[in-house]
Design a binder for this molecule. Structure first.
Ligand code: GLC
Ligand code: MG
Length: 729
């Protein structure tokens, strides 16, 4: 394995970036099931990172997650980097406040997170071969990074917002409550974007593709590939001869009168949908099972049921009531605690007791636990749904049941436990099937073939290394400002700003970022006596030029041309009654612009839906309530500013950006320092409360000066110390 490490150091081999933002991720002893954010996904990404790193063609794998510093969780999650072996590592980056936050609360911080990720990648100094987002939040981040760096993106949804919303609605929850509790439309929006942008979506089962992803506007089955996750076969393995009783044994044996009897085990979070109740009723209703087997329920960890979250608490209380009602004392074990390292031991105990593993969940798109049980030599009984169906059809290692039919569940378990030859056949077939179909090695091999194919598909737009000269190369801070209603609009304010700029021009780069065309921006600045900036970002970020000569940045054009189909876009959008094409002079090679009637306009998502349905890729920006710009996905003012900061090695956190309206929004969000001037359009009010975005009292260019002072751009160049960590959001 030394070989791959030196390969990584030399920058050889593939460089893969996996992103999984929420939850708690560490190299060992994952706290699976601690809460709703620490489910199977956390294990999946760690094992995927390890498996990929073991592949001979891979040099380095970075698993990016959120750094958490919080007395309520272990210190491990605050460590910036943790080794996973063979060139793989966990990299923890800041995402909003330091404390542990539920995933629903992370949305406002993801722009910053993406910038931190960009910083990390720059420090590594290698160009990633793929950016792979896991779940909606990381999908959002991966989309941004993939656009910025021009590298292929993979996406894995893990679970989907639309499916969740449907389920909650079906359970009688109100739309508004779902929104308040889960921020679900934010999530769905991010999912749509990730599905639109990803070059491939990786699903675990065919059913996931057909039943779940199909509910999205961006359902493109041709870009979806089914690659089931692997199982760590060194952890999940049959018991060895003479292996003693593991530590977890005494934890549950004390519940049982006859602990040596076959174990019927279920293992899941204490969640209504896992249907532990169905299994308990099956057991309670079968005199034969009660006589010949014990029931072992591993349902998360708890100190005190009264202190669990409501959902888990209800499940546990219901369970205890039923055990008592059916008088199952001495036959059912439900230990309070287990560690993730106990889990393989538990499966092995099921196998050595000649028991059976049961997954009775109401729905089961995948069923990782079934594969782990099979890898340990235990036959399985599981819900007749997509995941289990695929597993059993590949491995022939158990029976499918209707989760709402307890007598049927009982019969299936009886069939297996009552026939020793059948039990053995299932156990052996499970072991063999898992090795064949669910090993990480096989998964990684398929994954790498895919990456190499994508690498050829996605034209490389690596930027030529410009010979670094001039002011941009010398400075370590910059001010970028919008022109109309920000830089200009008040002659007196502009005069003061220009005076400041003149004094500090050696120290600070100066750029404009505008919706105007280059010639019109030049004309406007000239008319107002503004000297030529170092950087011109024009036509809403689709064009970049430098200095008085306005030398074009050809690399940017090449970079943003990706997936840009202006004719098709124009054909589609020009038919929309509510959109009126702006005059020809405002149409640019990489910018299609419309006027919208503020009364009639249904919002950007409605336009995006149209694009999604036509499988067109574009960024849609609404500003001043009346303009609608359609740009390549890789272009915007914000992306252009980041491109420049990257190219000229100006730290992003030392770039001040100023704006007043919608097309400034994406450059204001994130690691940059932002100022929204006093005379801004109300569409920017949603940015209030972000630590790094300052709302100035002063209007126009005086607002920029106010921010220069607030952030102390010439010295500290940061959020004032007393305001740091005061995130309102
Ligand atoms: C400028 C451009 C126009 C664009 C608007 C908003 O006014 O001329 O085409 O739609 O900015 O970005
Ligand atoms: Mg403006």
């Amino acid at each position: 394995m030394k070989k791959t490490q030196s390969k990584a150091r030399a920058g050889e081999g593939l460089y893969l970036i996996l992103i999984s933002v929420h939850g708690l991720i560490r190299a060992s002893n994952l706290e699976l099931g601690r809460d709703a954010d620490t489910g199977g996904q956390t294990l999946y990404v760690v094992e995927l990172a390890r498996a990929l790193a073991r592949h001979p063609e891979v040099g380095r794998v970075d698993l990016l997650t959120r750094r958490v510093e919080d007395a309520r969780v272990a210190k491990d999650y605050a460590v910036p980097e943790e080794d996973l072996g063979n060139g793989a590592r966990i990299v923890r980056l800041e995402c909003g406040p330091r404390r542990y936050l539920h995933k629903e609360r992370l949305w406002p911080h993801l722009d910053c997170y993406a910038d931190n990720a960009l910083d990390h990648i720059r420090r590594v100094g290698l160009r990633p071969d793929v950016i792979h987002g896991h779940y909606a939040d990381a999908g959002y981040v991966a989309t941004r990074l993939s656009n910025l760096l021009g590298v292929p993106m993979l996406h894995t949804g893990h679970s989907l917002g639309r499916v969740k919303r449907e389920r909650l609605l079906a359970n009688g929850m109100k739309e508004a409550d779902i929104e308040a509790r889960y921020n679900i439309s934010w999530r769905i929006q991010a999912e749509e974007e990730a599905l639109a942008h990803a070059h491939r979506v990786i699903a675990s089962t065919q059913q996931e593709v057909e039943d779940q992803y199909s509910t999205y506007h961006n359902y493109h089955p041709s870009r979806m590939v089914v690659v089931p996750p692997g199982t760590d076969l060194s952890r999940f393995r049959p018991a060895r001869r003479g292996e003693g009783k593991p530590p977890i044994w005494s934890e549950f044996a004390r519940f049982l009168e006859r602990p040596e009897r076959p174990l019927i085990m279920a293992l899941s979070r204490a969640d209504e949908r896992k249907n532990i109740r169905g299994l308990l009723e099956a057991y309670a209703g079968s005199p034969w099972l009660r006589e010949h087997a014990n029931l072992l329920i591993i349902a998360g960890n708890r100190d005190d049921i009264a202190e669990l979250e409501k959902g888990a608490r209800d499940v546990m209380i219901d369970l205890l009531l039923r055990i008592d009602r059916h008088d199952l004392h001495g036959k059912v074990a439900y230990p309070k605690h287990h560690q993730s390292d106990d889990v393989p031991d538990l499966y092995r105990l099921v196998a050595t007791s000649r028991g059976v593993f049961v997954n009775p969940a109401l729905t089961e798109p995948f069923g990782l636990t079934l594969i782990e049980a099979a890898a340990s030599g235990a036959p399985i009984v599981a819900t007749n749904d997509g995941g289990p169906k695929e597993i059993i059809s590949r491995c022939h290692n158990g029976l499918l049941v209707d989760p709402l039919d307890p007598p049927g569940i009982a019969r299936a378990i009886e069939t297996i436990l009552g026939d020793r030859a059948q039990w053995r056949r299932y156990a052996e077939q499970g072991l063999k099937g898992v090795r064949e179909h669910y090993s990480w090695e096989g998964h990684a091999a398929q994954y790498i073939r895919l990456i190499k194919k994508l690498g050829r598909e996605v034209k490389r737009t690596r930027r030529e290394q410009r010979s670094v000269s001039g002011r941009l190369a010398d400075v370590d801070r910059a001010v970028f400002t919008d022109i109309d209603n920000t830089l200009i609009g008040d002659p007196g304010a502009l005069k003061s700003f220009l005076a400041w700029l003149r004094r500090h021009r050696k120290q600070v780069a100066f750029g404009v970022a505008t919706g105007r065309r280059l010639d019109s921006a030049q004309e406007a600045l000239e008319r107002h006596g503004v000297p030529a900036p170092d950087v011109w970002i024009t036509s809403v970020g689709t064009e970049i030029n430098y200095g008085a000569e306005a030398t074009p940045d050809k690399g940017w054009e090449r970079h943003i041309s990706h997936r840009w189909e202006p004719e098709r876009l124009r054909d589609l959008l020009a038919q929309q009654m509510k959109l009126i094409l702006q005059p020809d002079v405002d149409q640019r090679p990489f910018k299609l612009s419309f006027f919208v009637d503020p009364e009639e306009f249904e919002g950007v998502p409605a336009i995006e839906r149209l694009l999604y349905q036509a499988d067109l890729h574009a960024r849609v920006i609404h500003s001043h309530g009346m303009f609608l710009d359609v740009l390549p996905v890789r272009a915007s003012k914000g992306l252009a500013v980041r491109y420049i900061a990257d190219k000229w090695a100006i730290p992003l956190q030392q770039v001040l950006v100023a704006g007043d309206s919608g097309n400034d929004e994406d450059m204001l969000r994130g690691r940059l320092l932002g100022v929204v001037v006093g005379n801004h359009h109300p569409e920017l009010d949603k940015l209030r409360g972000f630590e790094r975005i300052y709302f100035s009292e002063a209007m126009h260019a005086r607002g920029i000066l106010e921010a220069v002072e607030y952030f102390d751009i010439l010295n500290r160049c940061d959020v004032p110390a007393e305001r740091r960590g005061m995130h309102q959001r």
